[in-house]
Design a protein around this ligand. Structure first.
Ligand code: COI
Length: 355
């Protein structure tokens, strides 16, 4: 191991990288991690000196608040390698902004921009060999913050750990995606934490999603908690609907995550001359659209999932199979987005940031 300090980050490197033992052609999503991780602790009201160190488990007190009250937030980002071997991030400012909004909602300290950005850049720079060239190859980046202060009093922690871990990844969903439309369970309610990328928003979905999986559906499309008539998001992705030639998606709200892929697709679609409406989409519009043929496509959009066509949905025990579109909006937008991310097309929006 060698230790050096650069730009206020202590760096401890592994003696031997494990990269040679990784089969990059057969990666399960989020199962393999790179050699190093970024760690920065918050104590006594301030962030302390960050470290990049070997990826390894760490000890926490059994009474740490993250275990009891789920005071935990995270982000999902990706790095891409271009043909020249350079490594790029996609709109990291948007992730920092959302992370800090999540932090405020969960009574956690905000992360200063220099800690987040320099940690991200230096960690990925160190691990650039883990980012492989070729469409579909990415390095999934998971920044997260947990409450590490001890004590089972139900009050916010005063001590936190912010970390970044990296995982080489390909597609999140490997096969066709069929969804179940929620009729009873809810992901979020007004006044709750639905807009925050809080750990509990995801664990709360595990049970209803497990029930959906048992019936052969990969995901649940959540509906609003009050009436279960408005389509919201799909937990690992925001959702888009194409009715005739209009692209529809629910507006972000207290219940819906402000997805970076979501907002990028909206901008791309508008640039391509596609009519986009951000408005509540009703379940009844889908059922009508299946009857009169106006519902052409449904797709999910998220960092991990990228743009994922949905082949069919189930509602009130009826399964509806979507048509296969020769001019699929999902595939056109995915192509435009990924070409920008991999630097295969000009980034006129200024979204990509070089490491
Ligand atoms: C992402 O798309 O990065 C997410 O955070 C979703 C996650 C549950 C895989």
């Amino acid at each position: 191991m060698s230790v050096k300090t650069t730009n206020e980050i202590d760096i401890v490197k592994v003696a031997q990288s494990k990269i040679a033992s990784v089969d990059f052609d057969n990666l399960a999503f989020g199962a393999t991690f790179t050699d190093h991780m970024f760690v920065c602790d918050f104590r006594e009201g301030k962030w302390h000196k960050p470290q990049i160190k070997p990826y390894e488990p760490f000890l926490l007190d059994p009474s740490a608040k993250v275990f009891h009250y789920g005071q935990a937030i995270f982000e999902g980002m990706k790095a891409y390698k271009d043909e020249a071997g350079d490594v790029w991030l996609f709109r990291p400012d948007q992730n920092l902004d959302r992370l800090n909004k999540s932090a405020v909602r969960m009574a956690m300290p905000e992360i200063p921009e220099d800690i987040f950005m320099s940690g991200l850049h230096q960690l990925i720079d160190l691990e650039r060999e883990w980012v492989k060239f070729g469409l579909g190859n990415t390095l999934y980046i998971r920044p997260f913050m947990i409450a590490i202060g001890s004590g089972v009093v139900a009050a916010p922690s005063t001590q936190f750990r912010f970390m970044i871990i990296l995982s080489p990844a390909k597609a999140y969903y490997s096969g066709e995606v069929k969804v179940l439309i929620a009729e009873h369970y809810s992901r979020a309610a007004n006044g709750g934490i639905g807009a925050a990328k809080a750990a509990g928003n995801y664990s709360a979905q595990f049970y209803p999603t497990k029930l959906a999986n048992e019936k052969g559906f990969q995901q649940v499309i959540w509906t609003d908690d009050a009436t279960h008539t408005k389509l919201e998001e799909a937990g690992t992705m925001n959702v888009f609907f194409r009715i005739n030639d209009t692209l529809l998606t629910a507006p972000t709200s207290e219940r819906i995550l402000d997805g970076v892929t979501r907002k990028s697709l909206i901008a791309l679609a508008k640039r391509e001359g596609i009519k986009v409406e951000e408005r509540s989409v009703l379940v009844s519009e889908l059922i009508e659209g299946m009857k009169d043929g106006s519902l052409k496509e449904i797709f999910g959009a998220g960092t991990a999932a990228v743009v994922n066509p949905i082949v069919g949905f189930s509602y009130q025990d009826t399964y509806y199979e979507l048509p296969k579109m020769a001019d699929s909006f999902a595939l056109q937008l995915k192509d435009k987005l990924t070409k920008i991310q991999y630097k295969l097309a000009e980034d006129t929006f200024g979204w990509t940031v070089k490491i």
